[in-house]
Design a protein. Sequence first.
Length: 430
Amino acid sequence: MALYTSYERPCRGLVIAHSEDEKFNTESIVVRFIVPLEEKSSQKYTALVSLMAESCREYPDKADMAKKLASLYGASVNSFAYRLGNSLCCGLAVSSIGDRYTINGENITEECAKLLLSCIFEPDITNGEFPREYFEQKKRQLIDKIKSSFNNRHTYAVTKARDIAFAGEPAAVSPLGSEENANALTSAALAESHRKLLENAFISISFCGGGTNKGAQKLVKDAFVKFASKRKAEVADIHDLNAYSPLKAEPHRADEKIDQAQSKLVMFFKTAGKNIYADRLACELYGGTPFSKLFMNVREKLSLCYYCQSGIVECKAAMLVDSGVEPGNEEKAYNEIIAQLEALRGGDFTDEELENTKKYLIGAIRSNYDSAENLNLWYFYQFARGTAYSPDEAAALIKTLSREDVLESLKNFKLDTVYTLTPEGGEAYA
C-alpha cells in the first residue's frame, strides 16, 4: 500500500487527518487542543496535559499506568505543549506497535485508544481537584522546567529575543509561564482548566502509522464527534494558524549581562512575503546548512561565532538568526551577519550554491517519509500553514523556485530585533 492521506471536518471545531503507509510497524493517535496563547491560561494547560498523560480515573497511580502500558507491548502516552503562530498547541499522543505485530494477534491498538480517551475525558479529578500529592509533584516539575529554561543560556537568549520581537502579541507568551504564577497554581484551578480546555479548544486528531488500527480510529473518532457536536461554546473553526507579525518602525536593540562565559547574539527578521517555500530556501541559503553563507563566512572563515544559524519561525512570517559569540566580537559578528544578508540580496551566490541548497532542503523534506511521527507532524504543519502539500509536492515546488524567487524573498526580510546577552563585566556594543 502506498501512502494514504485523508482530511475531514465532521463537525465545527474538529478536524481529523490520516497519514498511513503499511511500511510502518507502529500506530499513533495524536490529539491536539488548539487555543489562543494567553498569560492566564497557557501555563495551566501545559501543566494539565502533563498530568493527563500519566494518570486517569481507571489508573490513578503512576505505577498502575506504567503496568498497563507495559501490558500493551510497551505502548506510551506522552504530552506536549508548544507555541505555533499566536496559538498554544497542547495535547496527548498514544503510540504502540501495530496489531499485526503482536505475538498472539492481540488487538492492542483499541486498548490504547480506550486508554487515551480515559486520560482525556476521565482524568483523576475528585471533588473538583486532582490528587494533592500528585499535583504538587507536577507543580515542582513545572517550576524546575522554568528554572532550567533560565539556566540554559541559549534557550534564555532566544526566548528573550522572541519576547521582544513579538511584544504585545500572543506569540510572546511562554507555554511554561512564570515561576511566580507556577507557585500560585492550585489543584482546583488545574481541574477547572480541564473543563475549559475541552469546551473551548479547536481539536485536531491525527492517525498515523501502518493503518492496522481501524477499530481504534473508529473509537476515537466516534467519541470526539459525539463530544464536539454537543459543545455549548462557540468554538472557532480554524483553517490555519498563520499570524504574521508587524515589523517595528525601527529595529529594537536590547542588551543584557549575565554570569556566563559566551555571548549570545539573537536577531529576528520579519517579512511581508507569503511564499513559505521561497522563504525556507532563502533561509537555508543564508544560514541553514553546513555550506550556508553564515556558516562558511561568519563561523568558519572569520571565526566570529561558535555557531551561527538561521531558521524560519512557523506561522509568524519571521526568520531567526541565532549565534554564540566570543565575548568582544559581538559587533563584528552583527556587522558580518548583516553583510552576508546584503551580499545575498545583491545576488552573491552561484547557481551551484542554489542547487545544492535546494537538494539539501528537498532531502530534509523527503526524510519525513521515513518516520510515521514525522509524517504526522508534516501534515499538521500543512494544516497550520493553510496548505495541503505532500513532501513530494513541496519538493517539486522547491525545484521550480528560481533565482529571482529567492532574491525577492531575501529582499522582503527586514531587521526587527537584535538581542545580545554578554558576560558580566563585558561591554555590549552600541
